[in-house]
Design a protein around this ligand. Structure first.
Ligand code: HEM
Length: 426
């Protein structure tokens, strides 16, 4: 079996995943942290496992037997900041209640209304390096864009957004970021958000008290103002998010929507630079304003080399079989989205990048009740970021040997550390 989890694997995990799919599709594997978990690599098994209610998201479901305490699981540093009650760590009925409440505020309509701002952000970032003729697309483009976008959407004032950029850099060990650990960055972000929510809640209460009419706005009141105000106002059968739940929700939106989108833009642009024919197809579609092709292309980039290599953890609440393999109560299960999305039993010519692929039910955003809540925003950011770049810098090319590029070695995410490019200065 090809080695798992060494640096060569980080650069190209797909041969190892092909081997697993073929020879050991549900296999107990020791992770770098020492924790043992089942890896599920076939598409059909993966899809089924993601929607199986017997696989719990709650790491405490099984106390010490879940092996959660031993390894690097879920969000690094989350324990220290006591952020456990977010969507990715809970099951129904709590999950159903929280997801329904947040869905009232974080709507596709809100995301669509945000499109001009994302374009403005992409253009502004390109302006900052376009005259130089070279750039690191991770550091200068893919990394700042999602962090500013989600801060804007949440309602973090512009003057405070540089702090978020610093904290986010600390969280993913971005070059040039202050050292000092993920835990510290998470703690500061969490403290800031709790304070902001407290302030906004008081402001909203005053505003509602003044304007009787504001209350009658109903659903549309959720759209006016920023997402944090929407979260505070969202109610369902008289239920509201508590201040603590709203803070955990704002944090998970930031956290789940940040590194994922960095990698969507980074991995996506890298794949385009390595496939000139496909890149030409997309460049022409962008020039012609073919939004259908652009949307399909971003889905294919997600399938081909998606940001989320493994879905977040699941734990068996009782003995069950996954893909014919017996999994015992308490054992952790990891669904390998990157392997499932290259399964030849599901996708024709799965190792080929085909931006015009028609049948493309990939699992890049997960499946079932934990399906990515931020998918509409991720799509908007991915499509806008790639289209703007191809439009503004049409002769963009890689300026490093692909062999020398390094991938961030995490368990869940897959992305480049740097993506050096050159182009004709504009
Ligand atoms: C859940 C992928 C962007 C918020 C998920 C899951 C995946 C995923 C695979 C399911 C995890 C599991 O089942 O264990 C992605 C990808 C993105 C992206 C590939 C970018 C390309 C975003 C953005 C946001 C976001 C921009 C928000 C601003 C969330 C949330 C969940 C989630 C809140 C948890 C949903 C739940 O448990 O009900 N995402 N995501 N994601 N995502 Fe995303």
């Amino acid at each position: 079996m090809p080695p798992l989890f060494d640096w060569r694997f980080a650069a190209d995990p797909y041969p190892a995943y092909a081997w697993l799919r073929e020879h050991a599709p549900v296999r107990k594997t020791q992770l770098p942290s020492g924790v043992e978990a089942w890896l599920v690599t076939r598409y059909a098994d993966a899809r089924q496992a993601l929607a199986d209610p017997r696989l719990s998201k709650n790491p405490h479901h099984h106390g010490e037997r879940g092996a959660h305490g031993k390894g690097k699981v879920g969000i690094p540093g989350e324990r220290s900041a006591n952020l456990m009650t977010h969507l990715l760590n809970i099951d129904p009925p709590d999950h159903t209640r929280l997801r329904r409440l947040v869905s009232k505020a974080f709507t596709p309509r809100r995301v669509a209304a945000f499109a001009p701002r994302v374009r403005e952000l992409a253009d502004g970032l390109i302006d900052s390096f376009a005259t130089r003729g070279e750039a690191d697309l991770i550091h200068e483009y893919a990394f700042p864009l999602p962090i500013y976008a989600i801060c804007d959407m949440l309602g973090v004032p512009r003057e405070d957004q540089e702090d978020f950029r610093t904290w986010a850099g600390m969280m993913i060990h971005q070059p040039g970021s202050p050292r000092g650990g993920v835990g510290r960055a998470v703690k500061r972000m969490r403290g800031y958000l709790a304070e902001l929510i407290h302030r906004k809640r008081a402001e909203l209460a005053r505003a509602d008290g003044r304007a009787e009419a504001a209350r009658a706005e109903g659903g549309d009141a959720l759209l006016s103002g920023d997402l944090i105000s929407g979260l505070i106002r969202a109610s369902d059968h008289g239920e509201h998010l508590t201040e603590n739940e709203a803070a955990a929700m704002a944090f998970i939106l930031l956290f789940a929507g940040f590194e994922t989108t960095v990698n969507l833009i980074g991995n996506g642009m890298y794949a385009l630079l390595r496939h000139p024919g496909q890149r030409a197809v997309l460049q022409q579609a962008v020039a012609e304003g073919d939004e259908g092709l652009l949307a399909g292309a971003v889905e294919e980039l997600l399938r081909y080399d998606g940001p989320v290599e493994l879905a977040t953890w699941r734990f068996a609440t009782r003995e069950l079989t996954v893909g014919g393999q017996r999994v015992r109560e308490g054992e952790p299960v990891l669904v390998v989205l990157a392997a499932a999305d290259r399964d030849p039993a599901k996708f024709t010519d799965p190792d080929a990048l085909d931006l015009t692929r028609q049948e493309n039910q990939h699992l890049g955003y997960g499946h079932g009740i934990h399906y990515c809540l931020g998918a509409p925003l991720a799509r908007l950011e991915g499509q806008t970021a790639l289209a703007t770049l191809l439009h503004r810098l049409p002769d963009l090319r890689l300026s490093a040997d692909p062999e020398e590029l390094r991938w961030r070695g995490g368990l869940i995410m897959r992305g480049l550390r740097r993506l050096p490019v050159e182009f004709t200065a504009a």
